[in-house]
Design a protein around this ligand. Structure first.
Ligand code: GRF
Length: 187
């Protein structure tokens, strides 16, 4: 049986990309990192793992449809069938969504539908909730909407700082995302 080929899309640090790459029994092969931010440290991580990088500058295209058409061409050319968003700071448009229907997932640091969008950990921390968490979900054209695949709670402790909460949430992300990816492979 041939191995499923996947791409990771990321814009920043890439700790989730690293967690996926470090999973020893990952049931797919990450054949491409797609990055829209020049100088993002995820690119160095990809080079360390020998994963080819496709960097693009959205501003040099006339529209989202135009850069997504290029991405779809490159992804299909590389045999990619699944896309894992890991801190990719852009909303996917119809060109990408239609080409990879039900094959694009995202990880978000809250219990969606609570605290979508940017700074979900800060939003939860300042709101005073007792519990937040992590969500893995399929994406659609909304901001952190789309059917939920898995969630795990993280308690906000009375003694917490935002940094301490972030660390515990990221620890959950790094375990949960590769696990969920493995559950989805073959489906
Ligand atoms: C993670 O918290 C993820 O949930 C969110 O963006 C962050 C990316 O972090 N979508 P990293 O680049 O993987 O370290």
């Amino acid at each position: 049986m041939s191995v499923v080929k996947a791409a990771v899309f990321a814009s920043g640090t890439g700790s989730n990309f690293q967690a996926i790459m470090e999973k020893s029994d990952l049931r797919c092969e990450v054949v491409l990192l797609v990055c829209d931010k020049q100088g993002a440290s995820v690119v160095e991580k990809a080079e360390k793992y020998g994963v080819p990088v496709l960097e693009f500058n959205p501003k040099s295209f006339a529209s989202k449809a135009e850069y997504e058409a290029l991405l779809v061409e490159k992804l299909m050319g590389a045999g990619v069938t699944w896309i894992f968003l890991a801190g990719y700071m852009r909303i996917a448009g119809p060109t990408l969504l239609q080409a990879f229907e039900n094959k694009i997932i995202n990880i978000h640091p809250s219990l969606l539908p609570d605290f979508p969008g940017k700074d979900a950990i800060g939003q939860a921390f300042t709101s005073g909730v007792g519990t937040t968490g992590v969500t893995v979900h399929y994406i659609d054209e909304g901001i952190d909407t789309g059917p939920i695949i898995a969630q795990e709670s993280v308690d906000v402790l009375p003694s917490d700082t935002e940094e301490a909460l972030k660390k515990r949430i990221q620890d959950v992300e790094h375990r949960l995302y590769p696990e969920v990816i493995n559950q989805l492979m073959g489906k």
